[in-house]
Design a binder for this molecule. Structure first.
Ligand code: CTP
Length: 403
């Protein structure tokens, strides 16, 4: 999964030969998981058809203030388009369109949308080499950069005119990588490593049986995604679950038992900035694991259990600079129990979920949590999706590690 996954990308196409490359650009954004809408200048339609772009983007393409296919003259709302976008990329950005952007000219939908957009704006110039070097073009670059717009420089190579030099629009792959890197470089958890545990553990009884629990792993996986989306490098140590994640920043380490989880977590702990232990680790495991399948003989079977290692407490005991987060699932005397765990295990933050709250807990898609930090500041949240809870948690951690 790319950092662009789920992002709303508005692609503005102006009229240059490089417009033909925008078909690939749209495909790459879609492949990265982004939602794409396209706004075109009238001139760009000479170089690539709106049908191609609407098919690839899976959205209608806009090029005029009213919808020309619609007799009712429905207004294409540039303000809505600008507000919808998480990022606006003008590619190719011709000398003409850039000059208009730099000077507030607003005589087509792309330009009106540019003036309405509140999101980051990227522009990828494309033109012939003499145009690229002309003082007016250079002035447009400078002005747009001064406005906070981000330039994706053209490259050198053979140009449509046959001349060789600077002015070729960056290749679609390079444009997407440029934007991904730019987004990541501004994220609050860039350069941070976050270790997360998730899911249940299975404690073997014999070769075919185990003691487990109903943890789905969903909360831990959502935390991993939220951390990765803030730019962190994530090590996700997970017990057996049906969850899947594919994100370039998330390294999944699959484990089975509490001991496996303990070993894997300790391999990484010294090198992480944050550790969030959301796994539902078995507290006890069979003292002896039968080497052969246990046969049914008597009416009752007694298994002797022994305590597993408390991973969270073991990390608290050797903590240096790590920000350590634990979870507490309580049924009674919740706040006091959670505060007790926070202190005993030397945590920076504990996330309390009470089994008394409807919608909180193991299996569902929602959770209702309360954060208690080291200073005993208590923040209570409403019932939310686990994805939202994960975002709240990462926001809290980001605030605290920056403070
Ligand atoms: N935890 C852990 N290793 C264990 C048991 C628990 O790392 N062997 C972690 C969980 O991931 C969670 C926290 O400890 O972050 C709290 O787990 P919980 O079972 O609620 O608390 P316990 O400390 O085990 O206390 P109790 O069972 O008495 O409530």
């Amino acid at each position: 999964m790319s950092i662009l996954s789920g992002k709303n990308v508005l692609l503005g196409i102006s009229g240059g030969i490089a417009a033909y490359k925008t078909a690939s650009l749209v495909r790459l954004f879609i492949k990265a998981g982004a939602n794409v809408q396209v706004v075109m200048t009238p001139a760009s339609k000479e170089f690539i058809t709106p049908l191609t772009l609407s098919t690839l983007s899976k959205n209608p393409v806009h090029s005029s203030f009213t919808n020309e296919d619609d007799d009712n003259g429905v207004w294409n709302n540039h303000v809505d388009l600008g507000l919808w976008a998480d990022l606006f990329l003008v590619a190719p950005a011709t000398a003409n369109t850039m000059s208009k952007m730099a000077n507030g000219v607003c005589n087509n939908l792309l330009l009106a949308t540019y003036l309405s957009a509140k999101c980051p704006v990227y522009f990828a110039p494309a033109m012939d080499l003499d145009m690229y070097k002309h003082p007016t073009t250079l002035a447009s670059f400078e002005k747009l950069k001064r406005f906070g717009n981000i330039m994706i420089p053209a490259t050198s190579g053979e140009l449509a005119s046959g001349l060789v030099g600077e002015g070729r629009m960056a290749e679609p792959e390079d444009i997407v990588t440029f934007i991904e890197n730019d987004i990541v470089s501004k994220l609050p958890l860039k350069n941070k490593t976050v270790l997360i545990t998730a899911g249940p553990t299975y404690e073997a009884i014999d070769p075919v049986r185990f003691i487990g629990n109903h943890s789905s792993g969903k909360m831990g996986f959502e935390i991993a995604k939220a951390a990765a989306n803030l730019g962190a490098k994530v090590i996700l140590v997970t017990g057996p679950t049906n969850q899947n994640v594919s994100h370039s920043f998330i390294d999944v380490k699959a484990v089975v038992s509490a001991q496996n989880m303990y070993d894997e977590v300790h391999k990484h702990y010294q090198n992480v900035d944050v550790a969030i232990l959301s796994a539902a680790v078995a507290d006890y495991k069979p003292k002896e694991v039968a080497l052969q399948k246990i046969k049914k003989k008597d009416t009752t079977l007694t298994l002797q259990l022994e305590k597993t290692k408390d991973i969270l407490a073991s990390l608290g005991a050797i903590k240096t600079n790590q920000y350590l987060v634990g979870f507490a699932l309580e049924t009674n005397n919740e706040l006091e129990n959670a505060k007790g765990k926070l202190k005993r295990k030397n945590l920076n933050l504990i996330v309390l979920n009470s089994l008394n709250d409807k919608g909180a807990g193991f299996k569902g898609d929602t959770n209702k949590v309360t954060f208690i930090d080291k200073n005993e500041t208590i923040t209570e949240f409403q019932l939310k999706s686990k994805a939202e809870v994960a975002k709240d948690l990462l926001n809290k951690i980001t605030e605290q590690i920056d403070a």
